[in-house]
Design a protein around this ligand. Structure first.
Ligand SMILES: Nc1ncnc2c1ncn2[C@@H]1O[C@H](COP(=O)(O)OP(=O)(O)OP(=O)(O)O)[C@@H](O)[C@H]1O
Length: 246
């Protein structure tokens, strides 16, 4: 099994607070790796370090074998990394299809990227594929801002996938969703591993246990435990630090 992401001894402190403290792990290709931990454990900061929104004070971020530690977010994207945010990150005043097509435009050869829409054949085909796969075809001409919360979160994942990334970082994709929407999103995330490697932050423990191949437990900036859902759940240190509070 090969890893698409390798994080080695990653650290960042804000003042005296070690938000991410010597964290190492690998995300295996076509698997779902989930980062869990109490509020303030350092999960979002870890995602910021991986996506390039923050630069680490120590350690390395390797994407598909290439050291991306010093790379800007755009270079990481070009290397196949895509990220969704805890707070919905769509163009609300554009339609559902337009949101996807903007992301898919990167699939066009550079010489065609700024040609009129009708010439963007790959981007248009990818948009139709994503709309169908995410069951949004009937909403394609609606403004993204008019969708339900659940549909917006789904559209956000479709936007992330439209650029055909290797590694998808999803920050709480089910946050604020109804029970039904959560179950649908879980099924969707599971289906994504045919195409991509998924790194997830998720608070819903039942979902984490059901969905993940590999779980990383963060606590006070450190990697407290790392393993299969079953192994992590049985770990006494994890039970004391995390499940005891759940
Ligand atoms: N830019 C920043 N400046 C100062 N402190 C920060 C900054 N970003 C995060 N922190 C602090 O770092 C710690 C880790 O925060 P982080 O948001 O990564 O935790 P988290 O595990 O994602 O929490 P949550 O589950 O609540 O989203 C927290 O104590 C937070 O207050």
């Amino acid at each position: 099994m090969t890893s698409v992401l390798e994080v080695r001894n990653l650290s960042i402190a804000f003042g005296g607070l070690r938000a991410v403290d010597d964290v190492s792990f690998a995300a295996q290709r076509h698997r779902i790796t989930t980062v869990i931990g109490p509020n303030g454990a350092g999960k979002s900061t870890l995602f910021n370090l991986i996506s390039g929104a923050l630069m680490p004070q120590a350690g390395q971020v390797i994407v598909d074998g290439v050291d991306m530690t010093d790379a800007a977010p755009e270079r990481r994207q070009a290397a196949g990394l895509s990220r969704s945010f805890q707070i919905t990150n769509l163009f609300f005043e554009l339609t559902v299809a337009e949101n996807i097509r903007l992301a898919a435009q990167i699939l066009e050869p550079a010489s065609r990227r700024f040609l009129p829409l009708r010439a963007s054949t790959r981007a248009r085909a990818k948009t139709d594929e994503m709309l169908e796969r995410f069951e949004l075809t009937h909403r394609r001409d609606e403004l993204a801002g008019h969708l339900s919360h659940g549909d917006q979160r789904r559209l956000e994942i479709a936007v992330c996938l439209a650029s055909e990334p290797k590694l998808l970082l999803l920050d709480e994709p089910t946050q604020g969703m109804s029970h039904g929407d959560t179950a649908n999103t879980a099924a969707l995330v599971r289906s994504l591993t045919d195409d991509v490697t998924v790194l997830l932050i998720e608070h819903d423990i039942a979902l984490v246990m059901d969905l993940s191949d590999h779980v990383i437990v963060m606590h006070q900036g450190r990697n407290l435990a790392d393993g299969t859902p079953q192994a992590v759940r049985a770990n006494p240190a994890v039970q004391a630090a995390y499940f005891g509070q759940a």
